[in-house]
Design a binder for this molecule. Structure first.
Ligand SMILES: [Zn+2]
Length: 725
């Protein structure tokens, strides 16, 4: 068994899946593989009445002008934009004798672009319903589902014959006629639970059970469904990929799928099946910070490694009311794309409708893409140089988080993520399915933000990481559950934490505090740096009852239990001081371990207390115990990333300082004042030319052995320090 088969096999084993024979997808890519070539993507999603009405020459000229080298064009699914011969594959009513898809493909090919055909199978017309009523999705009440936004259409079942039979013919036809480089499947994986006859029968045959009626991951049918559903979708992915590759060996089925802990498809398998993938997070909404686009990049890269990843961004507003013909501000667009670029996403703009009602976005995207094209040599990243990694865990979200995964799992990650950005620490994310020494070798410090579900094997991998000199930071219930969500008697990593788990989770605590301890001789621990002038700070909201395994351990943080918060006359601590540690700090060989038995990361996300941010940043500094690859000093909030290129080093600074940083959309970019960027040079590297790629100037540079300090006079939205080596 090859390593890859082993990896896929073990990824699936957790959910009781088996893959059978390995997919053909992963046969070594041909030497002339196209995947890594395109740097800038353009997506034009036609609407049904575009043919004959929109101007293809305008679009082709725009693609040329912005140096787009990859295109994704509407081909088929709910509407075919070419003269399809597949029965029930609905040709656009405006198609006539034309072939708008074919014309665009030919035009893009002439410009040397890679071309993906877009299909969307999630909805179907009445004739499909009439011919095959069983192809339509069924809700929990047994009703066939009309489309929620276009009620003349029907929602299809993703796991039945509509996808497995009809869409396979469609994909084969597109690949045969147009020799595209790939087919991009939008909304291919269904629109929620389906209770159609095929799903009922197939699930019963596979598991002996009836389809679940609950989302509770402890329900045996629900648990079986999670595995079966994923297995069926991966089967479909491989079927389509095989059908396309039979005709055009270099082409791929590219699923519009993937994400972080809350993503339903196992990212290890997604990463294994993909030679290229695109993160479809088109813009932020509500309270989402701008760095969310960088997070997309990190989550995908954790699964795909060095394979190319595109970042799909919308030129419009992405709020629940779905103004699909809208245009967002240039400041917002620039900030979102800069975050993606700084974190390794190749930009992909998406526009729905070939007929434009608001053209203001055209010049905005053009400016971004033209800069990107000019700087391209410094954006073909070889690898990130970050030494810190934040672990994410789909099994924790599924089996421990369940319906509350957002608050119980994801909010911990968001809090730690924000603290790392604020502390200007370059970092990566790591999938908990990839804790092997090969994957972790690049890192000095792994952060486990309430990664509750870890198998014994994963705990062993983490122990080995520490034994090899790595450091860990963990919070709350990390390792207190196994990979299936069953609670352990004690932490799986208790020996590293130096703590034993006691009773149940305590909380929500109100009005509880942490006492900052120190002694006269040695003063305070570096964890408390910057917290001078106080004896105590606020506590979190949830905590695990713990006892130290080494009773003599002195902790710099001890518990001050909750006391009444009303009436005001009653607000005084009943217990001034305890000996209950609220942080455990250990040195194990060259490694260091920090364990917070409370929800510091989650409550930081909720409350944003500066003291919690300071503790998190200090914990990272102490645990990493080495100089950072890049340190940036100066005012403001900046996302810092650092990359190795073939013959250069690049440091990205993305300016997140904005009065509306925490709620979109930005209106104005406020330049940051001068920043000093101190960069550790790779061993033996001799620096050559140094440039600021956005300001387009040579900066002031101070050199000391092994380091360069670059003075960046201002950062409007984004600056890239490029050092030729
Ligand atoms: Zn179904």
């Amino acid at each position: 068994m090859s390593r890859r088969e082993f990896v896929v096999g073990s990824a699936m084993a957790g959910l009781g899946l088996s893959l059978g024979s390995p997919p053909p997808v992963l046969a070594a890519a041909a030497a002339d593989a196209w995947f890594d070539k395109p740097m800038r993507w353009a997506q034009l999603t036609l609407v049904e009445n575009d043919p004959g009405r929109y101007d293809p020459a305008f679009w082709l000229e725009y693609f040329r002008r912005i140096h787009a080298d990859g295109a994704c064009l509407s081909a088929g699914g709910v509407v075919a934009y070419y003269p399809t011969e597949v029965p029930l594959h609905h040709r656009s009513a405006w198609l006539g004798k034309t072939d708008p898809f074919g014309d665009l493909v030919a035009g893009c090919r002439k410009q040397g672009m890679a071309v993906l055909a877009r299909t969307d199978p999630h909805a179907a017309h009445q004739d499909v319903y009439d011919a095959h009523p069983d192809w339509i999705a069924v809700d929990a009440d047994g009703q066939k589902r009309r489309h929620w936004a276009s009620p003349e259409l029907w929602v299809t079942c993703a796991l039945g014959p509509y996808n497995f039979e009809l869409m396979t013919l469609v994909h084969r036809e597109i690949a045969t006629r147009y020799a595209v480089d790939g087919i991009f499947g939008n909304r291919w994986s269904g629109s929620g639970m389906c209770y159609c006859e095929h799903c009922q029968r197939n699930f019963k045959a596979a598991t002996g059970l009836a389809l679940p009626r609950t989302n509770d991951p402890r329900d045996p049918a629900r648990r079986a469904y999670l595995g079966w559903h994923q297995g069926r979708l991966f089967e479909l992915w491989k079927l389509w990929n095989g059908a396309i590759r039979d005709v055009t060996p270099h082409a791929r089925f590219i699923a519009n799928s993937g994400g972080g802990a809350l993503s339903p498809l196992d990212m290890r398998t997604v990463g294994e099946l993909s030679d290229i993938l695109f993160a479809d997070r088109q813009a932020r909404q509500g309270m989402m910070p701008i760095w969310a686009n960088g997070k997309n990049a990190k989550e995908y890269r954790a699964a795909l490694g060095a394979k190319p990843i595109g970042g799909i961004f919308s030129v419009g507003i992405e709020e629940p009311y779905r103004w699909k013909d809208s245009v967002q501000s240039e400041a917002e667009l620039r900030a979102w794309v800069a975050e993606g670029t700084a974190n390794g996403l190749r930009p992909w703009f998406t526009k729905f409708s070939g007929t434009l009602y608001d053209t203001r976005w055209l010049s905005r995207v053009e400016r971004i893409y033209q800069w990107h094209h000019a700087a391209e040599r410094y954006l073909r990243n070889e690898r990130p140089l970050a030494r810190v990694a934040l672990v994410y865990s789909q099994q924790t979200a599924t089996f421990y988080g369940g319906d509350r995964a957002r608050e119980k799992v994801e909010d911990h990650t968001l809090g730690f993520y924000h603290a790392l950005v604020e502390a200007r620490v370059p970092f990566e994310m790591v999938h908990d399915g990839f804790l092997d020494p090969d994957r972790l070798r690049a890192f000095k410090l792994l952060i486990l933000p309430n990664i509750a579900c870890l198998s014994d094997g994963q705990c062993d991998q983490l122990r080995r990481f520490v034994r090899d000199g790595g450091s860990l930071i963990a919070t709350l219930e990390t390792s207190l559950y196994d990979e299936q969500g069953a609670r352990r008697a004690d932490f799986g990593l208790g020996d590293l934490f130096g703590a034993r788990a006691g009773g149940q989770l305590q909380g929500p605590m109100r009005n509880s505090y942490l006492r900052l301890e120190g002694d006269a001789a040695r003063g305070r621990h570096p964890l408390l740096a910057g917290l001078d002038g106080t004896q105590r700070i606020i506590n979190g909201v949830w905590r695990v009852e713990v006892t130290p395994t080494e009773p003599s351990t002195a902790s710099p943080l001890t518990l001050i239990p909750s006391y009444p918060d009303l009436p005001m006359e009653m607000v005084y601590p009943r217990v001034e001081r305890t000996d209950q540690p609220q942080v455990f700090l250990r040195e194990i060989g060259r490694g260091r371990v920090v364990y917070f038995p409370w929800d510091i990361d989650r409550v930081f996300w909720e409350v944003m207390s500066v003291d919690h941010g300071t503790l998190l940043a200090n914990a990272v500094e102490w645990a990493a115990n080495e100089e950072r690859p890049v340190s940036v000093s100066g005012p403001g909030l900046i996302d810092v990333t650092i990359w190795r290129q073939k013959q250069s080093l690049t440091v990205h600074l993305v300016n997140l300082t904005n009065p509306m940083m925490m709620k979109g959309p930005m209106r104005e970019l406020l330049p940051l004042p001068e920043q000093r960027v101190r960069i550790k040079l790779p061993d033996g590297a001799r620096p050559g030319k140094v440039q600021l790629l956005v300001a387009n100037q040579a900066p002031r540079v101070e050199a000391t052995p092994g380091y360069l300090t670059v003075i960046v006079p201002a950062v409007v939205d984004h600056e890239v320090v490029a050092i030729d080596l």
